[in-house]
Design a protein around this ligand. Structure first.
Ligand code: CDP
Length: 235
């Protein structure tokens, strides 16, 4: 399907309209950003890797009847997605304590949590994405209790599926972020599932295989993204 007018350009992706009003083309850029867009970088091939990983994870989740906006792959760095009315709530699921969670609750870095923690953040860069709970989501008019229940259920299910899958590849799913949107009455996962939006560590060495290498200037972000793609696709 052909790209028409630009609908939205984000930090790492661009969305274009198509001739079908229900479908968009999502293009993955080679750009990397962190800390609310204040830190910028890029590496050649990053968009292709993130498109391939997101495609893989979305197709994998569809096998488990998890609804996502993914329709089909179009090219190395483009996928066709269903147009959604996005819910401005970022849903974070955490299995292992690190970063803000470890600091806030004085947990040992790398501690495996006995239960996953689900957190919600209001998606608003100007406000710095403040943490909210379900009640804020209702009161601010972003989602109904039924929608938040559905979102929570899907986020837990995605966690169980992806955690088990990555474990079989020798990888730990530390935490990740999902975004949801509405298509008629349906609530689907939108956005992307990539090492930009997940923390993934090697199970044996705890080597970080995600955007933290860029956030914290650890080096080799391009190498670990490529290695992650190879390991996920089992090449
Ligand atoms: O503050 P801290 O880094 O501990 O947590 P966070 O920013 O809430 O990140 C938790 C997980 O969600 C990480 O895997 C991030 O990559 C992801 N995340 C994201 O993809 N986009 C955001 N706007 C916020 C978090």
């Amino acid at each position: 399907m052909e790209k028409k007018d630009l609908l939205y350009e984000g930090k790492a992706k661009i969305l274009y309209l198509t001739e079908d009003q229900d479908m968009l083309v999502q293009v993955f850029k080679d750009d990397l950003t962190a800390f609310n867009g204040t830190k910028k970088g890029r590496f050649q091939g990053k968009g292709g890797i993130c498109n391939a990983l997101s495609t893989f994870f979305f197709e994998y989740l569809e096998n488990y009847h998890v609804p996502t906006h993914f329709q089909k792959s179009l090219s190395e760095n483009e996928m066709l997605v269903r147009r959604l009315e996005m819910i401005p709530v970022e849903v974070v699921v955490r299995n292992i304590a690190t970063a803000t969670l470890a600091k806030t609750y004085n947990l040992e870095e790398g501690k495996v949590l006995p239960y996953p923690i689900i957190e919600f953040f209001l998606k608003d860069d100007r406000l710095g994405d403040p943490m909210i709970n379900e009640h804020h989501a209702y009161a601010l008019g972003h989602a109904t209790p039924e929608e938040m229940r559905m979102i929570t259920r899907v986020a837990s299910k995605v966690n169980a599926i992806l955690k088990a899958f990555l474990d079989r590849r020798g990888l730990l799913l530390v935490d990740f972020k999902l975004e949801f949107g509405k298509s008629g009455k349906d609530i689907l996962i939108g956005d992307e599932i990539t090492p930009d939006t997940c923390r993934i560590w090697d199970k044996k060495t705890n080597k970080k295989m995600d955007k933290d290498r860029f956030r914290y200037d650890m080096g080799g972000v391009d190498k670990v993204y490529k290695e992650l793609l190879d390991r996920v696709l089992n090449q």
